[in-house]
Design a protein around this ligand. Structure first.
Ligand SMILES: [Ca+2]
Ligand SMILES: [Ca+2]
Length: 201
């Protein structure tokens, strides 16, 4: 065997090695990219779930705080189970003057909007000096698992309750809220929260 043939054989072997290495490298890289893309998709859908969760909590806390500060005798929405209302009118105590509580202007928290519902807060609703702030834009039209059919589909004791519902029982108000956003895969991501608060004033 001459030195040249040996050299050529050596080169040929190296070329096979290179091809194998390239193929293997490609496979490894492909797997790494696949794992990365899976992870990214998982993070993205986890993020939507987290955002929906956070929005539901923030909205419910905001509503609950308002109702807790409401004046019991001036809770103008009195709907009891199995019925519920998608809005509530109330006043709050905003201070004390000469030993007497100072009552706020009329306020309202309501589900508004056509397709995608919104949680709206109003001061002086329907008046010239009305103030309107949207607290959330991702309200589901009906509570999770509920259909407009005259029965309590989701078994929570309320019939056909909306994405935002208030049920008043004396000084206690039960607030239910369902936030929904489309997920990365197109399927809706939904969060339903419920709380019961008592008007303090
Ligand atoms: Ca129900
Ligand atoms: Ca129903």
């Amino acid at each position: 065997m001459t030195t040249r043939t040996h050299h050529r054989r050596k080169l040929g072997f190296t070329a096979v090695e290179v091809v194998v290495a390239v193929v293997l490298g490609g496979l490894v890289l492909g797997n790494v990219l696949m794992v990365l893309s899976d992870t990214r998709e998982r993070f993205a859908s986890e993020n939507v779930a987290k955002d929906v969760d956070a929005e539901a909590r923030r909205s419910l806390d905001r509503i609950a705080l308002q109702i807790m500060g409401a004046v019991r005798q001036q809770l103008y929405t009195q709907v009891s189970a199995p019925l519920s209302a998608d809005s509530i009118n109330y006043t709050t105590v905003v201070g004390v003057q000469n030993g007497q509580p100072v009552i706020s202007e009329l306020q309202r928290i309501a589900m508004t909007g056509e397709q995608a519902g919104a949680v709206s807060w109003y001061q002086n609703p329907g008046q010239e000096n009305e103030k309107h702030v949207i607290w959330s834009r991702d309200l589901r039209s009906f509570c999770e698992g509920e259909l407009p059919n005259g029965i309590d589909d989701n078994g929570n004791g309320l019939i056909d309750e909306k994405g935002l519902s208030f049920e008043v029982d004396g000084p206690m108000v039960r607030i239910t809220l369902t936030i929904e956003r489309p997920g990365k895969d197109g399927k809706p991501v939904t969060k339903t929260l419920e709380t019961r608060v008592t008007c303090r004033n």
